[in-house]
Design a protein around this ligand. Sequence first.
Ligand code: NDP
Ligand code: OXD
Length: 305
Amino acid sequence: MLLTSDFVKSRYEALRSRAPGLHVITDIEGASDPDVTALFAFKLPAGIAPRLPNLRLAASVGAGADGILSAPDLPPHVKVTRAVEPGLGFSMAQFVSLQILRHFRSLPAMERQHAAGEWKRMAVLDASQLTVGIMGLGSIGSVVADALLALGFRVIAWTRTSARKARVPVFVGESQKDDFLAQSNYLVCLLPFTAETKGTLDHASLRKLPKDSFVVNVARGGIVVEDDLLALVDEGHLAGAALDVFASEPLPASSPFWHHERILVTPHVAAQPTVGPVVEQFLENLQRLAQGQPLLNQVDRSVGY
Ligand code: NDP
Ligand code: OXD
């Protein structure tokens, strides 16, 4: 038996048609069932896990598992997995490139000129003179790095450990964070939301960015201290920001980010796992769970990603 949440209806439908023998429950709030062994969700509200005494797997339908890991009552023995599939990296690379190029090639100014019927040429800058700093060089960040390299930018990255092979210079850990930030004309946040990354982009860190840098946050809102970012944009240290994720979603109507001239708000749409591969991964993991084999894309609960 299987419990799913309300992320996107198509995922339940794909599960039902791919595995008709599986008992799928979609009412996560009302669930209380000794037969439930796995759930497939984006967010796991407090109070659900204790009602599922035989729960063994909590699978995130998204790349980030923070919505599951944040459940305060998820028993430690429950395994947590997340979605990893190539389409996510490509969608994210398109979205991040779009935001960087929109700023780098002055698209808003050109649109204003178009609306005003004004012919005014502008300088074309050399991308190789600008550095894109990518925070998080994981399954998604590494694809984004390749795309930006292909567009001619200098690319650097920041990670927690030095374990990953990379085509770009990698800065590791807190001790190299300031050096990394000081070189990043475009800062792209692709970190998971963990106890360590929460609020890591605060006033002191964002101030380390070169003047006129541009911030793209496509990871999780809570990684950036939103008031600090806003203050640095308003005081002119930062040129602007493209924000796809927020501490509170949907972004409240009262947020000063809305209608801000130098901040673009998008509604958490940078990338979405393709349904087919994510459902296949989940079904494969149900089998592995039953056979006692290692799971695909299991999260290390001790570090939170
Ligand atoms: P991965 O787990 O594959 O990669 C995470 C990267 O972040 C790794 O390079 C890791 O370092 C680094 N990292 C983690 N903690 C720290 C830390 N404390 N300091 C420095 N670096 C750290 O994640 P993905 O690439 O698959 O996804 C990244 C995030 O993107 C997701 O967690 C999700 O929040 C977000 N996302 C947003 C979407 C949207 O639509 N806006 C869509 C999809 C994902 P190391 O290499 O050393 O392990
Ligand atoms: C994800 C997301 O983590 O959509 O997949 O943010």
